[in-house]
Design a protein around this ligand. Structure first.
Ligand code: DGL
Length: 255
């Protein structure tokens, strides 16, 4: 049976998988985390292209792929064109920070975009910023320290709290909403809220991606029927992380 392959540098894409399973519950998913090579946000374009191509090559060879979901803002930002060209026989859906959504709902307000260094410096987000900058006060901020803490399950450590406090203290007084521009970041919404010191609205593009995948499958007439039981096959380039991924997704679904 055809499978939807969802991949990321590690645990982050689970936040996308969670939304996908809400709207497409009868699908067979493969979740692939490349934790052995995380974080992606500090890698060069060529390194990312090599890693992401290896993932797509592996699954195009081994599986009947319904579509690829790039559950990684960094990959989408850096290598979308080359990847979709190299594997043009497949459908792809990617993710980018939900900046347009945030601006539409918060015109004239202070919007903070948090993402990896590669996404913040990438052309894709820069051009989105140019398109929207007159409609709100947008700040793009690289937060390279978050992913390693999520990947090592260290987000309850004091060291992580200190990192976020230092990173976010300049924005405490005036931020109106935050765009979570990396799929790892929804795991630490509570910690970000604590560092900001008050309740702020978060924008996370996972919901949009899930809707896009659903529309794509509907267009192709490829949505699984209700009598098919949905499933997830967790795979990771670091085999010690596989069990953790399934657990994390369960914990996260309950929040
Ligand atoms: N979760 C990915 C993203 O959305 C990559 C994070 C990383 O590995 O640096 O950008």
């Amino acid at each position: 049976m055809e499978k939807i392959v969802v991949f990321d540098s590690g645990f982050g894409g689970l936040t996308v998988l969670k939304e996908l399973r809400k709207v497409l519950p009868n699908e067979q998913y493969i979740y692939y985390g490349d934790s052995a090579h995380a974080p992606y946000g500090e890698k060069t374009h060529d390194e990312l292209l090599e890693l992401d191509s290896a993932i797509c090559r592996k699954f195009s060879g081994e599986e009947d792929v319904k579509c690829f979901v790039i559950a990684c803002n960094t990959t989408t930002s850096e290598v979308w064109d080359e990847l979709t060209e190299r594997f043009s026989e497949h459908d792809f859906v990617g993710i980018e920070p939900a900046l347009r959504w945030a601006v539409n709902e918060n015109p004239g307000k202070n919007i903070l975009v948090l993402a990896t260094t590669a996404t913040i410096n990438g052309k894709r987000l820069k051009s989105r910023y140019e398109e929207l900058k007159d409609r709100a006060n947008i700040t793009l901020l690289a937060a390279p320290g978050i992913v390693p803490f999520v990947e090592s399950c260290g987000t309850k450590d004091q060291e992580f709290k200190d990192y976020l406090d230092e990173l976010l203290s300049p924005y405490r007084s005036d931020v109106d909403c935050i765009v979570l521009g990396c799929t790892h970041f929804p795991f630490v919404k509570n910690e970000i809220r604590e560092a900001i010191g008050r309740d702020v609205r978060f924008y996370d593009a996972a919901v949009t991606v899930a809707a896009e995948v659903k529309a794509l499958l509907e267009d192709k007439g490829a949505v699984n029927a209700d009598d098919i039981k949905g499933s997830v096959d967790y795979q990771n380039s670091d085999p010690t992380k596989v069990e953790l991924e399934a657990q994390l997704l369960n914990i996260y679904s309950q929040i």
